[in-house]
Design a protein around this ligand. Structure first.
Ligand SMILES: C[S@@+](CC[C@H](N)C(=O)[O-])C[C@H]1O[C@@H](n2cnc3c(N)ncnc32)[C@H](O)[C@@H]1O
Length: 252
């Protein structure tokens, strides 16, 4: 996997990200539709930049107040918010929903988390990594593309203290998660819409290949599963639970 140097605060070019996004969209939907989508996205970006919208985004900051960390989507600079249009906008998972998903996974599978590596592809500022550490995972790994978010995740990991923490082996990696090589251990993969369809297909194909190379248990927790057909069409996974907010898949 290509990893970025986290000391360099902006190795991802805005122009080339916009160009690749436009070209991929134009290939699927045509030039006119791609240009229209780009203009709409830019208009929404401008609307979202008003002080009132920014204040609204602080609605996700309760977790930060409780744990003295910085995982809110409000404290992002304009460049990282703009890059979010071309990859996936940063939004942290709500704590209550995260607990619900992990309890659902445990209820459906009776998995002993001590055997599993928790992996969040597209881990943003690392909130899920902190929340997952309340469970006794073998280790916890997050992969984030944008260096500024990755840096915030590293700061959060080093600051976080919790009486309920059960896993202390946490790692944040900066790089393209669609190229992530999965460790040869049982896996709980967490996805909160980090990729467009092509990226999700690549990440799932990597996991399928890894399961063929090293057969083992793997579960996928897919939060806000907008591209669920990518998983439901996979011969390697079957759906074992979920609600309108998330889906739970298990390796066959
Ligand atoms: C909706 S946010 C989810 C953040 C985090 N997983 C959570 O639940 O709190 C999606 C994240 O995926 C990241 N992302 C988008 N494309 C990526 C890629 N190819 N590799 C790694 N991260 C990516 C975005 O920068 C963003 O931080």
């Amino acid at each position: 996997m290509h990893q970025h140097d986290s000391r360099d605060s902006s190795p991802i070019s805005l122009l080339s990200s916009a160009w690749h996004w436009w070209r991929d969209t134009a290939m699927r939907e045509g030039h006119f539709a791609a240009t229209r989508k780009l203009l709409i996205a830019l208009w929404e970006f401008v609307r979202d930049s008003t002080p009132q919208r920014r204040r609204q985004r602080y609605g996700d900051a309760d977790y930060d107040w409780d744990h003295r960390v910085n995982t809110t989507s409000a404290a992002l600079n304009w460049r990282d918010r703009l890059l979010g249009i071309f990859y996936s906008p940063y939004q942290p998972t709500e704590a209550v929903l995260f607990r619900e998903m992990l309890e659902a996974l445990r209820d459906h599978t009776h998995a002993d988390f001590r055997d599993f590596v928790f992996i969040d592809l597209g881990s943003g500022k690392g909130r899920t990594l902190l929340m997952a550490s309340d469970y006794p995972f073998r280790r916890i790994v997050g992969v984030e593309l944008l260096p500024a978010l990755h840096q915030a995740a590293q700061d959060n990991l080093s600051k976080y203290r919790s009486a309920s923490q059960k896993c202390f082996t946490l790692e944040a990696i900066c790089g393209d998660a669609t190229e992530f090589s999965f460790p040869a251990q049982p896996i709980v993969l967490y996805l909160f819409n980090p990729f467009p369809e092509s990226g999700l297909r690549r990440a799932i194909a990597n996991l399928e290949q890894s399961l063929r190379d090293h057969p083992r248990a793997a579960y996928v927790l897919y939060h806000n599963p907008l591209l669920e057909p990518v998983l439901s069409e996979s011969a390697a996974f079957s759906k074992i639970g979920g609600t309108h907010q998330y889906a739970v898949y298990a390796s066959r």
